[in-house]
Design a protein around this ligand. Structure first.
Ligand SMILES: [Zn+2]
Length: 572
């Protein structure tokens, strides 16, 4: 920075922020002590941080920012390593498409921007701040995770020590069993914060005979996080039940509740859906994390193949009819539905949703949380929406005849109805409707499309190329697509992916588009096999084929793909 100090001091003098005398004094000191000029100017109270930044920004045509008031997005933070950010004295703030908003502290060194452009492969929009602010912001951004984990461990230790002490003295175990004792309150909070910062979707607190396991589900895989002393079990469960507003004296029956975590730590705007279950070694608690700040990803970021994305985008533009998503819990159905709604959302449409729970919120959407205990069911919400001048309706799930019938009625009377079903693949979703007692011609008439979906793990950047073995080659060639079979990618493992070789997940899809042939088969109660063949003739690629395409493109590995979708039995 030193070689740019004269320029910087020159600008500040020219703008009248500092006097010539102050300039000379600061420059001399900076040279003598090899210290930052801006820091000296502020230490000597020649000018304050805001004045300094705005003066330079104004002169050099940059937008000034105050990093104390801006949180960098997690996506932006992944663009550079902590070390790179420190070396360049920059901080990525946000990313939109191929553009990064980057906070810089040295507007004179243009080479930095060129370097970062190459490292990230993105265009840079620089905004100006000071070295000190970048240093502090980097500390906050990169230390956050470490801190929570460190604190969690110390709380667990403290608890263990406390319990141990109590046991040895032979006195009462009151403190350890007290759900309001400081370590228990802290432990409850830290577990939730830690899981959230690690990107977990679920937290499991599981009592065993002699200990309690805490596990998180991250990227679809359950992982051990810590082992707590058995004596902390009752207090921790009670604490979590208090937070969830559950009845703490009821330990013999399952209960459902919700934690509004903001009440316990205002920095974390998340809710947790809590379920308690009476197990043989005591109560187990499972919590699903609902991140309220989680933004909805655009459709083209969900892993749709080019082929499926074009078809899906076209299908969601229909004027009326039913669009269904199917797959097990946690397969990303609601993520895709909200990405679709986000794409069609406009001032012209009334989009209403009935959800349980509300996971994402979008501006302008009318969203309703279901409350079964007072009779607010999907069917009740649907009936209400039909009198609310709707254009598009999203129903969280169709699992009973009543909801199925009203949904079809809505789709047949000029509305677009989106919903989900817990079926395995697209063709078998149709037969689920007949099982629910819906007349085949009703479903054949209103159905637009069914999208079956799974989430597979995405390979981390540490992946390696290898030649496919003969049996792997045979599997890959079973998929009917035009992609050549070249090298195969295999997981490796690095610190970034905690050695697993995978980081993040990607959607695997199977998109069935209704056709005349399908309608005829549905109307005469045709078997699932016939539906599948007809769907393929209408252009459907199976989930297995979608997986194989993603293996060929190096996005995921073959074992992961096979664990996500089984090879098709019948391929035409
Ligand atoms: Zn890795």
């Amino acid at each position: 920075m030193a070689k740019f100090d004269k320029k910087l001091a020159g600008i500040l003098t020219k703008c009248g922020v500092i006097t010539e005398q102050q300039r000379d004094e600061a420059l001399a000191e900076s040279e003598k002590n090899n210290a930052s000029l801006t820091q000296i100017l502020m230490d000597k109270k020649f000018c304050d941080e805001d004045t300094l930044v705005t003066a330079i920004a104004d002169e050099m045509n940059y937008y000034p920012v105050n990093l104390n008031r801006i949180e960098p997005s997690p996506e932006a933070l992944e663009l550079l390593t902590e070390e790179q950010s420190r070396n360049y004295q920059v901080l990525p703030l946000s990313k939109m498409g191929k553009m990064i908003t980057l906070a810089i502290s040295n507007p004179f060194d243009v080479l930095i921007l060129d370097d970062i452009k190459i490292v990230t492969g993105c265009e840079i929009v620089p905004v100006l701040t000071t070295e000190t602010q970048i240093k502090k912001a980097l500390e906050r951004a990169f230390k956050k995770q470490v801190d929570v984990q460190g604190e969690l461990q110390s709380v667990a230790k403290e608890l263990e020590g406390q319990l141990l002490g109590v046991d040895l003295s032979g006195g009462s175990t009151e403190d350890a069993e007290d759900e309001n004792s400081a370590p228990i309150v802290k432990l409850g909070n830290r577990i939730i914060e830690d899981a959230y910062l690690q990107g977990a979707s679920d937290i499991h607190i599981e009592p065993q005979e002699h200990c309690v396991y805490v596990r998180y589900r991250i990227d679809g895989i359950l992982k051990d996080q810590m082992q707590l002393p058995k004596s902390s079990h009752r207090a921790l469960i009670s604490r979590l039940k208090i937070m969830s507003e559950l009845n703490i004296s009821e330990r013999r029956l399952p209960q459902d509740g919700r934690i509004v975590f903001k009440k316990y730590n205002p920095k974390f705007d998340l809710d947790l859906r809590v379920s308690s279950a009476p197990m043989n070694y005591g109560e187990k608690i499972c919590m699903r994390i609902l991140d309220k700040t989680k933004s909805c990803l655009p459709l083209d970021k969900l892993g749709f193949s080019e082929y499926n994305l074009t078809m899906y985008r076209d299908l969601i533009q229909v004027p009326y009819g039913m669009i269904l998503h199917c797959g097990p819990t946690g397969s990303g159905k609601s993520m895709t539905l909200f990405a679709a709604l986000n794409e069609i959302n406009s001032p012209e449409w009334n989009i209403s949703t009935a959800e349980d729970p509300i996971e994402y919120s979008l501006p302008r959407l009318n969203q309703m949380q279901m409350k079964k205990d007072i009779g607010l069911t999907f069917a009740a919400a649907l009936r209400c929406y039909l009198r609310q001048d709707p254009d598009m309706i999203l129903v969280g799930e169709i699992r009973d005849t009543e909801t199925a019938e009203i949904s079809i009625e809505a789709a047949l009377t000029g509305h677009v109805l989106f919903s989900t079903l817990h079926t395995n693949d697209a063709p078998s979703t149709i037969s689920r409707f007949s099982e629910m007692g819906v007349e085949p011609f009703m479903i054949s008439t209103c159905l637009v499309a069914i999208c079956a979906q799974r989430l597979g793990r995405r390979l981390c950047t540490c992946k390696a190329l290898d030649d496919p073995k003969p049996e792997e080659y045979a599997l890959l060639s079973r998929a009917k697509d035009s992609l050549p079979i070249g090298k195969l990618v295999r997981p490796v493992g690095c610190p970034k992916c905690s050695g697993s070789g995978y980081k993040g997940r990607i959607g695997i899809h199977e998109l069935l588009k209704n056709s005349d042939e399908l309608r005829a088969i549905i109307n005469k109660h045709g078997p699932v096999e016939d539906l599948k063949l007809a769907a393929r003739r209408a252009g459907m690629r199976t989930m297995f084929e979608d997986c194989m395409e993603k293996v060929k493109l190096g996005i995921t590995s073959l074992p992961e793909a096979l664990g996500t979708a089984r090879p098709d039995d019948t391929i035409v």
